[in-house]
Design a protein around this ligand. Structure first.
Ligand SMILES: Cc1cc2nc3c(=O)[nH]c(=O)nc-3n(C[C@H](O)[C@H](O)[C@H](O)COP(=O)(O)OP(=O)(O)OC[C@H]3O[C@@H](n4cnc5c(N)ncnc54)[C@H](O)[C@@H]3O)c2cc1C
Length: 319
């Protein structure tokens, strides 16, 4: 690309002393589980704290559109180009470290996990040690950062329940440690989210000691449940809508007669009505049309306006 077409901030950024890899004009299709989306002007695989603490103030100073991405498993990325920076944690953010066991009975274990560590890896490693509490993560195809940011949950448990503390960075590049009790978590909500200018860098969990066999049995049950009830082999973002109080979004969508409805190459899953699947080559516009159809149809039938659980890629406002 000719130099004069590059944004001014990018000309400065490419000269910055970063260890992290900076990619130009990167397709975002590979960075989300729907396999949808346009091209990002700049995507950075941020490998360490030093680079992150340089990048966040840089983004603020130059007022660059930005977004922090985990595995994009709860994200709808528009088909249009993204004019700014996508931060993608990697390198030292994939750490997994059991901390010294300080409990007298050795029944409680503390584990520090980097924000970019895959949930599945975390669940599997904890199971190998016989540590129970976070088995549900085996079926969630995101990262630890995404799990804390979304307060991800399944099978009656949520991420915040086993959290002890979280390390996060503000837009000035300062690192903070907050204990679980200082933080607000609700159903699929956390005050720690890139959307609020707070980047999770790692989290400490406390898990109960039990035996490896029973933890692995739970992992298997969680996996089997998904294989039976969800379209696990088709690209999706999991549940598109939050469950309204006292009801299930999937039931409302199914009872509105919308199961299997298509728009372009996107379809409301015939297996689970709260999933929208990409049949191959779906656009974000196809998905958005189905989302709107569901909201309007369910509202006209039940007077319930379903709230999306899926996040839509748009510039984080806190810069
Ligand atoms: C097949 C399938 C099944 C699923 N099942 C479940 C389920 O059972 N329960 C459930 O809760 N979810 C489920 N999900 C949704 C999704 O996996 C979770 O919400 C997951 O926690 C998102 O993690 P992620 O790393 O992919 O985050 P992303 O989708 O990349 O991001 C989600 C949000 O988190 C923010 N974020 C990500 N990383 C950070 C960070 N380090 N610091 C600050 N903010 C950050 C992003 O900015 C964005 O706002 C499912 C998805 C799929 C595809």
């Amino acid at each position: 690309m000719p130099d004069n077409l590059q944004p001014e901030w990018l000309k400065t950024l490419v000269k910055a002393p970063l260890t992290s890899r900076l990619r130009r004009k990167e397709s975002l299709k590979r960075f989300n589980t729907w396999r949808i989306g346009g091209v990002a002007e700049c995507l950075i695989d941020v490998v360490n704290i030093a680079d992150l603490s340089f990048l966040l103030p840089f983004i603020s100073k130059h007022r660059i559109p930005w977004f922090i991405l985990g595995k994009g498993s709860n994200l709808l990325i528009p088909d249009t180009s993204w004019p700014g920076i996508i931060l993608h944690l990697s390198g030292e953010f994939k750490s997994w470290k059991p901390l010294e066991n300080t409990s007298l009975t050795h029944k409680i274990n503390h584990i520090s996990a980097g924000a970019a560590l895959a949930d599945v890896t975390f669940a599997q490693r904890c199971a190998n040690q016989g540590w129970t509490g976070m088995e549900f993560l085996i079926g969630i195809p995101g990262t630890i950062g995404g799990a804390v940011a979304m307060n991800a949950g399944a099978h009656g448990r949520v991420t915040a329940e086993s959290l002890l503390q979280v390390d996060w960075m503000d837009m000035e590049g300062n690192l903070h440690t907050s204990s679980r009790n200082e933080l607000v978590f609700r159903y699929r909500f956390s005050e720690l989210n890139g959307n609020f200018g707070k980047i999770i860098t790692s989290a400490v969990f406390q898990l109960q000691q039990t035996d490896q066999e029973s933890v692995e049995k739970k992992l298997l049950e969680c996996q089997q449940f998904r294989m039976e009830k969800q379209p696990y082999n088709q690209p999706s973002c999991g549940s598109v809508f939050k469950n309204p109080p006292g009801d299930f979004a999937a039931r409302l969508i199914e009872d509105s007669g919308l199961k299997a409805k298509k728009c372009g190459n996107a379809q409301i899953s015939p297996i689970h009505a709260n999933f929208i699947v990409n049949l191959g080559g779906a656009s974000s516009a196809d998905i958005l049309t189905l989302i709107e159809t569901i909201r309007e149809t369910v509202f006209s039938k039940y007077s319930i306006y379903l709230e999306p659980e899926v996040q839509i890629l748009q510039s984080s406002e806190y810069n």
